[in-house]
Write a protein that binds this ligand. Structure first.
Ligand code: BTN
Length: 277
């Protein structure tokens, strides 16, 4: 799937010329290659980088996924970016805010994708971006909580833009997709990134002024996990099956466990979900 537009390199000038944000992306690091943009953003944030600082790379050599996985990050095709959030709610609101940020960011990414491409992604809890049953992108949020001035969150976003289906490594070929594979045409990444940063900034601003419930209902509307039968691998390695029922106030997933496994309602904060049937 090679064409002039899908290989157009990311440049700071092209991205910033398209930005409609107040702060997100105004400080922007565009790298040809890095281990992980999340790693870079964490290091920048530790050194005091401001709210809305963005790191984007053409290629990652050790892109990080959730639960210790690797994120497939070949050169030139896709978006790998990390955004530093320094704006913070009150200390009392911080724990809930931290748990809702990944869900808020997933909604922002889905909205940006829809606005730019017309495709309608759904969200697999907690923050996989799906088209149908295939994974289009994912988010990895990392935080450091160390007193008001030194607390920050890095929102890492990986979005498969122009990788052809056949180019994904064999182990994810049947479960991954890209915008180009879905739409049958390539996409220029700079406008996509600019739209993504606009949505993320608007949602992050709103998360400071509106109750988190607002975001959970917006998230629930996009979430294809709710109402499904699921298999969940919990953080301790245990696997359970049941029906994904609803979201708890902190964004945890409530599962009605199968009777065969003893039944009951379980709140999952961290886990790996498989949609069944
Ligand atoms: C997932 O497992 O679904 C989360 C994937 C997150 C990947 C992105 S790519 C940009 C940023 N830098 C990383 O190392 N990871 C995130």
């Amino acid at each position: 799937m090679a064409s002039p537009v899908d290989s157009r390199p990311l440049s700071k000038e092209a991205i910033q010329a398209l930005l409609q944000t107040n702060t997100f992306g105004r400080t922007l690091h565009v790298l040809q290659e890095t281990a992980s943009t999340n790693g870079d953003a964490m290091a920048l944030a530790q050194q005091g980088a401001e709210d809305g600082t963005v790191v984007v790379a053409e290629r990652q050599t050790a892109g990080k996924g959730r639960l210790g996985r690797r994120w497939y990050s070949p050169p030139g095709d896709n978006l790998y970016c990390s955004v530093i959030l320094r704006r913070m709610p009150t200390p009392a609101e911080l724990p809930r805010w931290l748990s809702v940020v990944p869900l808020m960011a997933a909604v922002a990414v889905a909205r940006a994708v829809q606005a730019v491409t017309g495709l309608r992604p759904s969200l697999k809890w907690p923050n996989d971006i799906l088209i149908g049953d295939r994974k289009l992108g994912g988010l990895l949020c990392e935080s450091s909580v160390a007193g008001p001035a030194r607390t920050f969150v890095v929102v890492g976003i990986g979005l498969n833009v122009n990788t052809g289906r056949e180019s994904f490594p064999e182990e994810i070929r049947e479960i991954a997709t890209s915008l180009a594979a879905e739409a049958g045409r390539p996409f220029d990444r700079a406008p996509l990134l600019a739209a993504l940063l606009s949505e993320l900034e608007a949602h992050a601003d709103a998360l400071l002024t509106r109750p988190p419930e607002t975001f959970l209902s917006g998230y629930a509307r996009l979430c294809s996990t709710l109402g499904r039968r699921v298999r969940v691998r919990l953080a301790d390695g245990e696997t359970i099956e049941g029906q994904a029922d609803s979201l708890a106030p902190d964004g945890s997933l409530r599962i009605i466990r199968d009777q065969a496994q003893g039944g009951g309602l379980l709140e999952v904060r961290v886990g790996d979900i498989i949609h069944l049937r």
